[in-house]
Design a protein around this ligand. Structure first.
Ligand code: FAD
Length: 406
């Protein structure tokens, strides 16, 4: 975004705007500044007392705001082509340029993840500054009672009076983290105008267990170890965290996007090794006469070794173990099959899978194909990114594409 004077004559009647953007989150702020820089009279309306609550708490308070390597393959959407246009027109380098112009200190962590060096609120301040420069108006703490379309205009009846605009952008996010004011209003508006909603479910979410493993994982709560997790043909190698109710950490959150109830997840507890390599390592242990638990303690946290050997008794010294048994050990260590009972739900989910069907929305302008001047951007759409800054990059890219088209 570059700052320039508004040239169009803005709509100045009280409560009347060129564009109302519903939702002052990541995509709403970005879209409003982009649109206001085009000279449009823009109102951002939100029921929360403050803008961008999710940015504030994201990335452990440092907001993983984008990624070096953003490709369409990092996104889940019924139409895998939908994300391509916006992502290519507003790449992560464009957002990095924006924050650099504002002097944001950032760091790039493993996997190309950009984080604020200090605090996520610095990023909110940048977006608010852009909105101020562009002349965006805000109406926070405002409950929307109804949305109507009459005579080519959108009328919003709210707890703070009536507002109308020619164009309405729905940037209300999705269902995750209701304590941060997440609601399904975006889906309700979509349905009101005849759009289809792709079934929603919690994404990037811890997995819970109800069998014997829940007790064992609870004993390990707080412990983290690297694993490779496979689910439904997708594999992720990252850290896994044990919790009181089951499993979390980046590897599990990534896997949760692809997991469905009743299905197993398969863990390689020695992600540096393949099954044949583990077999070779066990064979070498057998020959040397060294202890298996001692070796496991070198590659795993000790508390995990203890729990594992309680669950899967294995001989300490492998001298008398047959090759077949060693092969079975290698398989168990690299293909540990677990059946989660459920996810931890929307309360703990970073994102929501599913949403407004992208078939009904232009991938270039984000306008509804069947309803003039109604736009959907950000997470309310059926677009979900992997963990790593991809969800914010989608918010920025869809917002800019829409804002430019308004
Ligand atoms: C704990 C957590 C950590 C995360 N960390 C990261 C991360 O590090 N990197 C990353 O890429 N993604 C992260 N995400 C995901 C990311 O926050 C979202 O994908 C992103 O914020 C979506 O942007 P959005 O503008 O579509 O929606 P939001 O940012 O959720 O904004 C929606 C706005 O709409 C408003 N709204 C909702 N309902 C109503 C209503 N009824 N009336 C009026 N206003 C309403 C809300 O108050 C909110 O301000 C995280 C999410 C969570 C929950």
């Amino acid at each position: 975004m570059t700052k320039h004077a508004n040239t169009n004559a803005p709509n100045t009647e009280k409560g009347v705007y060129d564009v109302i953007i519903l939702g002052a989150g990541a995509s709403g702020l970005m879209c409003s500044a982009t649109a206001a820089y085009q000279g449009l009279n823009v109102l951002v309306l939100d029921h929360a007392p403050k803008a961008a609550a999710k940015i504030r708490i994201s990335g452990g308070g440092k907001c993983n705001f984008t990624n070096v390597n953003v490709t369409p393959e990092h996104f889940i959407c019924q139409n895998p082509h939908f994300v391509k246009s916006a992502l290519s027109r507003y790449p992560s380098t464009a957002f990095v340029e924006l924050v650099e112009r504002h002097g944001l200190a950032y760091e790039i962590r493993g996997g190309g993840k950009y984080f604020c060096a200090e605090r996520a609120s610095d990023l909110i301040q940048i977006l608010r500054t852009e909105c101020d420069w562009a002349g965006v108006q805000f109406q926070l703490n405002t409950q929307v009672k109804s949305v109507q379309y009459r005579g080519g205009e959108y009328f919003l009846n709210t707890s703070q009076g009536n507002f109308k605009a020619v164009k309405l952008v729905v940037a209300t996010g999705a269902l995750s983290f209701p304590k941060l004011k997440a609601t399904g209003i975006g889906y309700d508006i979509a349905k009101q105008f005849g759009l289809n909603i792709v079934k929603t479910s919690p994404g990037l979410v811890p997995l819970t267990f109800s069998d014997k493993w829940q007790v064992r994982f609870s004993e390990l709560s707080g412990l983290s170890m690297p694993v490779s997790v496979q689910v439904n043909g997708h594999a992720f190698t990252e850290a896994m965290l044990f919790t009181h109710k089951g499993l979390s950490g980046p590897a599990i959150l990534q896997a949760s996007n692809y997991w469905q109830q009743g299905q197993p997840i398969v863990l390689n507890t020695l992600p540096e090794y393949t099954e044949p390599q583990v077999f070779e390592a066990l064979l070498a242990l057998k020959k040397s006469g060294k202890s298996l638990p001692k070796w496991l303690n070198q590659v795993w946290p000790k508390r995990f070794t203890q729990i594992w050997l309680e669950a899967y008794p294995m001989d300490s010294v492998l001298s008398n173990i047959t090759h077949e048994a060693l092969q079975a050990y290698a398989k168990q260590l690299t293909h540990w099959q677990l059946f989660p009972a459920n996810t931890a739900g929307y309360d703990k989910a970073e994102v929501t899978l599913g949403g407004v069907d992208t078939d009904a929305v232009s991938s270039k302008t984000f306008e509804c194909k069947t309803q003039k001047n109604l736009f959907f951007i950000g997470e309310v759409l059926d677009v979900t990114g992997h963990l790593g800054g991809f969800n914010f990059q989608w918010a920025w890219a869809s917002a800019v594409a829409c804002g430019m088209a308004l």
